[in-house]
Design a protein around this ligand. Structure first.
Ligand SMILES: Cc1cc2nc3c(=O)[nH]c(=O)nc-3n(C[C@H](O)[C@H](O)[C@H](O)COP(=O)(O)OP(=O)(O)OC[C@H]3O[C@@H](n4cnc5c(N)ncnc54)[C@H](O)[C@@H]3O)c2cc1C
Length: 316
């Protein structure tokens, strides 16, 4: 990573050089941001991006619940939204949430007003991350309830984007390059608040029973692979479970350094203590190889790996 920082515009928020990112992620691993920017508010963010050299890469992050930040860190500017971006309001049937609002808070506030965004209750990220990843569970995805997002584009322009322009698909979206989501508007079905609260309690219990919710993970490591049944017919496609193919390869509980394929749920790559990002990524790659070699199935990462590996960080 470059020791000479890029020329940076003056801001009202906070700019921190070489800010460690590990403590800002669920996995607790990884190197620093070359620069971390925490804007004070929308105007601060827009003015910063308008004045920033277009050659400097920007990476918006939420609370890092779907990320492995590599050990060499993230070059350029990492943008993390905070208090100026976490308001939640429910008005005329729409729930409008700032991108830094936690999904769980949005679900609870919507439920209080009688709107069903319960699927967000057990997803441990922010609204920005949820839209970017088209997060979902229990049969509902962001795409089902999102109406529009407000973004700041890389050149500092503030724009309103309708859901359909984001091409939301399984755990993915197509945001304009360098765009930062600052708010999202959801339209959710009406329901009885008490029933919604009971459902959320139920979902939390289910999660704790089946997933390592207290461990350092980033959720499901690999997508569930689509496959063909033994007939091999094109119309005879079924879904396989990633945890099952990992188990079939005997990789439940496999370790590398401080990384482990969780014994409670084998599709949860876990920092069991002292893992590096390389331990985690390399263990994931070993699982992918063994699954492919033994079952011919190509697992695809669901966790995003971002930044540079330590051995690639040659400019230090
Ligand atoms: C225990 C556990 C359980 C999980 N269960 C689920 C689940 O059931 N369903 C599910 O879908 N996911 C699940 N996840 C994964 C994760 O919580 C989601 O993907 C979540 O939406 C990520 O949000 P985040 O704010 O942490 O984003 P981050 O992990 O910080 O970032 C993820 C992506 O979003 C982008 N991003 C974040 N904020 C912005 C922004 N403001 N503007 C533009 N881009 C942005 C980042 O650039 C990155 O590409 C789970 C994770 C854990 C740890």
């Amino acid at each position: 990573m470059n020791k000479n920082l890029p020329d940076l515009p003056t801001v009202r928020g906070t700019l921190t050089a070489h800010r460690a990112l590990a403590d800002l992620t669920w996995m607790r691993v990884g190197g620093p941001a070359e620069v971390l920017f925490q804007p004070a508010d929308l105007d601060d963010l827009a003015a910063f991006l308008a004045a920033l050299d277009p050659a400097v890469p920007v990476f918006p992050m939420g609370v890092g619940s779907n990320l492995i930040v590599r050990d060499g860190g993230i070059p350029g500017v990492v943008i993390r939204l905070g208090r100026g971006f976490n308001a939640i309001s429910v008005e005329e049937g729409s729930t409008v949430a700032g991108a830094a609002a936690l999904d769980a808070h949005v679900a609870r506030k919507a439920a209080d007003a009688g709107f069903d965004l319960t699927f967000l209750r057990t997803i441990p990220g922010t609204v920005g991350g949820a839209v970017c990843m088209n997060a979902g569970c229990y049969g509902t995805y962001v795409a089902d309830v999102l109406q529009s997002v407000t973004v700041v584009l890389r050149d500092g322009t503030v724009a309103e984007l309708e859901r359909d322009s984001l091409n939301l698909a399984y755990r993915s979206s197509q945001l304009p390059d360098g765009a930062v989501i600052v708010a999202a508007r959801f339209v959710a079905p009406k329901a009885d608040p008490e029933a919604l609260k009971a459902r959320m309690e139920d979902q939390l219990c289910k999660r704790d029973e089946t997933q390592p919710t207290k461990d350092r993970t980033a959720g499901s490591t690999f997508r569930n692979p689509a496959g063909f049944s033994s007939t091999g017919r094109a119309d005879d496609v079924h879904d396989l479970k990633a945890w099952k193919v990992i188990d079939n390869t005997g990789m439940r509980g496999a370790t590398k350094g401080g990384a482990v394929m969780n014994t409670k749920h084998s599709n949860f790559l876990t920092n069991a203590g002292g893992a590096t990002a390389a331990d985690l990524e390399d263990l994931g790659e070993e699982v992918r190889k063994k699954v492919y070699d033994s079952q011919g199935i190509e697992l695809q990462w669901e966790i995003m790996r971002v930044g540079v590996r330590k051995d690639e960080d040659t400019a230090k």
